[in-house]
Design a protein around this ligand. Structure first.
Ligand SMILES: C[S@@+](CC[C@H](N)C(=O)[O-])C[C@H]1O[C@@H](n2cnc3c(N)ncnc32)[C@H](O)[C@@H]1O
Length: 252
């Protein structure tokens, strides 16, 4: 260790971790890591675009959450999808924070693919779920969600090949002409809805495609965690737990 590094460590011990480069948001913190991806021009511009488009949708919470690392995971998954055949799909879009980042990052409008964006665009619907999920849904519906369809429509308007599919999942999958899926983001906050959706589309997900499970490792989302672990075991898959709380499954 050189003298400069030694002094840095001393400063670290004296002042606390904040003297080390890092990131603290979204319920986790990393220290002393290279996080240059956050300021990389293309990603930073894509996030800025998505963050600006989501301000009204997050008005109840006063600010758009800093989920840049989660968005980075989605961009990684979406980028590798370009080497595969198939469309892009998101179950649970709200006003499109993650998917707007992906669209802008990939200049999606220039691609010969579709991005199917499924949501009620008005919050988590009533249905069969555990009491805990129902309580959380009630809380989120009151504290975050409202009818954002017009906002979402505007947010994706420059991408002609991004299609909003409004209504109750999995019913809205009926009749939508998706043949192959190369990128899948699942963020419905209810295990049963997610299970019903993945059961319907699993055979369409091409081998090698990345599936991002937004709520997989969050405390309070144990129903989804258990459901996905069972699903992975039944289908011979594995899931990478990320410090963001996401799960990442690459279809084998
Ligand atoms: C956490 S939000 C999605 C956030 C989004 N991925 C983003 O990037 O901002 C969860 C969304 O799932 C939707 N949702 C939950 N269950 C649904 C269902 N059964 N059918 C349609 N939409 C549903 C809600 O309306 C809500 O917008």
């Amino acid at each position: 260790m050189g003298i400069r590094e030694f002094k840095k460590r001393l400063r670290f011990l004296a002042n606390g971790e904040d003297s080390l480069p890092g990131y603290k948001a979204d319920g986790f913190r990393v220290m002393n890591k290279n996080i240059e991806f956050m300021t990389e021009t293309k990603f930073a511009a894509a996030w800025k675009f998505a963050e600006a488009g989501n301000r009204e949708a997050w008005a109840k919470r006063k600010r758009v959450p800093d989920v840049r690392w989660r968005a980075h995971t989605c961009c990684f998954a979406a980028q590798r999808a370009l080497k595969l055949e198939g469309d892009f799909v998101e179950f649970g879009v709200n006003a499109g924070l993650l998917s707007m980042t992906v669209c802008e990052y990939l200049d999606f409008g220039a691609l010969d693919r579709k991005f199917w964006l499924f949501d009620t665009f008005a919050g988590i619907p009533d249905g069969e779920m555990t009491a805990r999920e129902a309580a959380r849904a009630k809380q989120r519906n009151a504290g975050i969600y409202f009818d954002v369809f017009d906002i979402a429509n505007r947010n994706f308007s420059k991408f002609d090949n991004a299609i909003l599919v409004k209504g109750f999942l999995p019913n809205t999958l009926e009749g939508v002409p998706i043949e192959k899926i190369a990128y899948l983001s699942i963020d419905l906050n209810v295990a049963r809805y997610e299970k019903e959706c993945i059961d319907r589309v699993w055979d369409k997900v091409v081998p090698g495609a990345a599936i991002v499970l937004d709520d997989y490792a969050f405390i309070g989302c144990e129903e989804q965690n258990a459901m996905w672990n069972k699903f992975a075991a039944v289908h011979g898959q594995s899931i990478l737990t990320l410090p963001t709380g996401q799960g990442l499954m690459i279809k084998q």
